[in-house]
Design a protein around this ligand. Structure first.
Ligand code: HEC
Ligand code: HEC
Ligand code: HEC
Ligand code: HEC
Ligand code: HEC
Ligand code: HEC
Ligand code: HEC
Length: 408
């Protein structure tokens, strides 16, 4: 036997031992039984491993199917023909920013681009690729661009009420696509993203360590052990290794939604993405505004603050967001179901609280409690200035349930 082949045999034996060792070790780590391979798609700074939400289909098929249609799941996606709502058709693919600059929106083989040109010139002064889409498009969308690991928000956005391209709300007429996107911005729109150096002011991200959109794990936390347990014990019908919403206090349940639905919270004590289900939100961050002043709460993005000021909330012990909302379903427009929630609770009191409004009007409005008691209100923050001194804001359902002069 040559020296070389002896060497090869020794090395092969060592490799086999090492591989064998790891297989045994992994089996033990998973509590013996059949080894189930669930590869993580990303890892949280705290060690929690994210897995593909398709893993849940096997046992929760209806929830997953419904969830894929929600605004939550579609709130941050890779840019493509279907996810970008703005048009690339000839008569709809421009945005006149001011008398000097016009944007063109261009579809190429390599992707979708925003290209601004000075009046009278043919070549754009930059061509910025839309890589990510923020917003399901219910009210609008913003577009993000990668430059190596640096993430930027592009100048032009899409506004659903006018079905057109617009200058991003709050964007100056700065002519470079240079508004850095920080962890804090992504915290409400995606399940996980991680900045490279951990600074709240950095826009550099680990591009592979992402979970797009708001998926199951954003609201339910760690699930890997849960899946392994139930795959190994299919006869066990009682949920294991998962936080149970039913065991949380009202404040914990509210906080799970308030994280993203209580307005901007930049006064923080912890890094973005550190809050998890069951945590107490005020240990992590504080709102930017005076919570006690109703005037400061905007209908856009602050359903929590407004609901808390409503009598339905202050005079009942259990009302929270899930009293009316099924967080797994796209429910927009399903007023029959929403109205039933009002009626169900109001009927439970020993003296049912009925509507004393004009019975004819109420009947004419198809008994739609929502239309009169949670009317659409114009947002103070989510609005755009159109060219001709005209302002368009989005209408949002106020969560300050009360008596308004509606249906007059
Ligand atoms: C192999 C089967 C199986 C898989 C896969 C599975 N689950 Fe479950 N899960 C169960 C069973 C069984 C229950 C208990 C019965 C029920 O509530 O449906 C449960 C319950 C739950 C509950 C309710 C907990 C409670 O009682 O409040 C949540 C939340 C949950 N699963 C989330 C997930 C998520 C998210 C995934 C995918 C990452 C997932 N499950 C994948 C079997 C599974
Ligand atoms: C991680 C942040 C986050 C959490 C947590 C969260 N939401 Fe949202 N929610 C959003 C964002 C962002 C949108 C807007 C998504 C879009 O249209 O792109 C949204 C939209 C919604 C909508 C409107 C859906 C539609 O059809 O337009 C409802 C209702 C809602 N959330 C309820 C809840 C409830 C109830 C909870 C708690 C169980 C919750 N959310 C938790 C971020 C969050
Ligand atoms: C504190 C949480 C939070 C932060 C931070 C946040 N958003 Fe949102 N955003 C929301 C919620 C909640 C909604 C939708 C609910 C509503 O209309 O009340 C929303 C809606 C949107 C929409 C409209 C989506 C649609 O489909 O209608 C866009 C676009 C958007 N946000 C972009 C951004 C961008 C870009 C950033 C970062 C610069 C950002 N948001 C930061 C919570 C947040
Ligand atoms: C926006 C937050 C949110 C997201 C995203 C979310 N859930 Fe839930 N889920 C909840 C809340 C809140 C409850 C408790 C509902 C209640 O008590 O009425 C719940 C309850 C459940 C339950 C038990 C009750 C039931 O409806 O059967 C299961 C199972 C479940 N979720 C699975 C999933 C799976 C699987 C996904 C992803 C496909 C997912 N959830 C995504 C918030 C969420
Ligand atoms: C979990 C129970 C619950 C639910 C759900 C609920 N409410 Fe109420 N609501 C109450 C209670 C309790 C009061 C306070 C009654 C009182 O003591 O004056 C109240 C008060 C009101 C008032 C009087 C408000 C005021 O400022 O005087 C209106 C209007 C109202 N509810 C409409 C609605 C509508 C519309 C819905 C559905 C969108 C709804 N409620 C859902 C419990 C509920
Ligand atoms: C009393 C019932 C009720 C409660 C409680 C409730 N909502 Fe709503 N919510 C509604 C109704 C009704 C709509 C309008 C749905 C539609 O337009 O189809 C709505 C709409 C929304 C929207 C979309 C707003 C818009 O106009 O685009 C968001 C976001 C939302 N709710 C979040 C929450 C959050 C977060 C909580 C808890 C803090 C909550 N809701 C509690 C009834 C309720
Ligand atoms: C056409 C508009 C309209 C519709 C639809 C409507 N309400 Fe009202 N509601 C009113 C007005 C106006 C008042 C206040 C009457 C007053 O104070 O004189 C009122 C009062 C109330 C109150 C306060 C208690 C009281 O009697 O003063 C409750 C609770 C209430 N409505 C619940 C509901 C519920 C639940 C529904 C759906 C089944 C509903 N309303 C549908 C207009 C409406």
């Amino acid at each position: 036997m040559s020296k070389n082949s002896k060497y090869i045999i020794v090395v092969s034996i060592i490799i086999s031992i090492v591989i064998g060792y790891f297989i045994v070790l992994k089996k033990e780590a998973n509590d013996i039984g059949e080894y189930i391979d669930i590869s993580p798609i990303a890892t949280h700074l705290n060690g929690m491993e994210f897995i593909d939400s398709a893993t849940c289909i096997e046992c929760h098929p209806k929830i997953v199917e419904d969830h894929y249609k929600t605004a939550h799941y579609n709130s941050l996606q890779l840019a493509n023909e279907t996810t970008i709502k703005g048009s690339f058709e000839n008569d709809k693919n421009t945005l006149v920013l001011n008398d000097k600059v016009t944007f063109n929106f261009v579809e190429k083989d390599s992707g979708f681009y925003q290209e601004p040109k000075f009046a009278g010139q043919n070549t754009p002064f930059y061509s910025a690729k839309m890589d990510l889409v923020v917003g399901s498009g219910t009210k609008g969308q913003s577009y993000l661009m990668w430059n190596n690991n640096d993430l930027f928000q592009l100048q032009a956005s899409y506004f659903t009420p006018t079905d057109s391209w617009i200058n991003s709300p709050g964007a100056l007429n700065q002519l470079s696509p240079a508004r850095p996107v920080l962890e804090r911005c992504l915290e409400c729109h995606t399940t996980y993203a991680q900045s490279i150096n951990g600074s709240p002011n950095s826009n550099q991200f680990h591009r592979k360590n992402w979970v797009y959109g708001i998926d199951c794990q954003r609201c339910h936390g760690s699930v890997k052990k849960h899946v392994i347990h139930h795959k190994q014990n299919p006869e066990d019908k009682i949920a294991k290794h998962i936080v149970k919403h039913s065991s949380l206090s009202r404040q914990q349940r509210l906080d799970a939604c308030a994280l993203c639905h209580s307005g901007l919270r930049t006064k923080t004590t912890e890094r973005a993405f550190s809050f998890g289900i069951g945590d107490t939100l005020k240990k992590f961050s504080f709102p930017d505004y005076d919570e006690s002043s109703l005037d400061e709460l905007d209908v856009h993005g602050n359903q929590y603050g407004l609901l808390l000021a409503s009598k339905c909330f202050t005079h009942s012990a259990s009302l929270d967001c899930t009293t009316c909302h099924n967080p797994h379903k796209k429910e927009r427009g399903d007023f029959t179901s929403f109205n039933q929630k009002c009626i169900d609770c109001h009927a439970t009191f020993s003296q049912p609280i009925n509507c004393s409004g004009d019975k004819d009007k109420i009947a004419k409005m198809g008994n739609n409690c929502i239309q009169c008691h949670m009317p659409l209100v114009k947002s103070k923050t989510m609005k755009i200035q159109l060219a001709k001194d005209e302002e368009v804001s989005v209408d949002v359902r106020t969560h300050l349930i009360g008596i308004y002069n509606q249906g007059e």
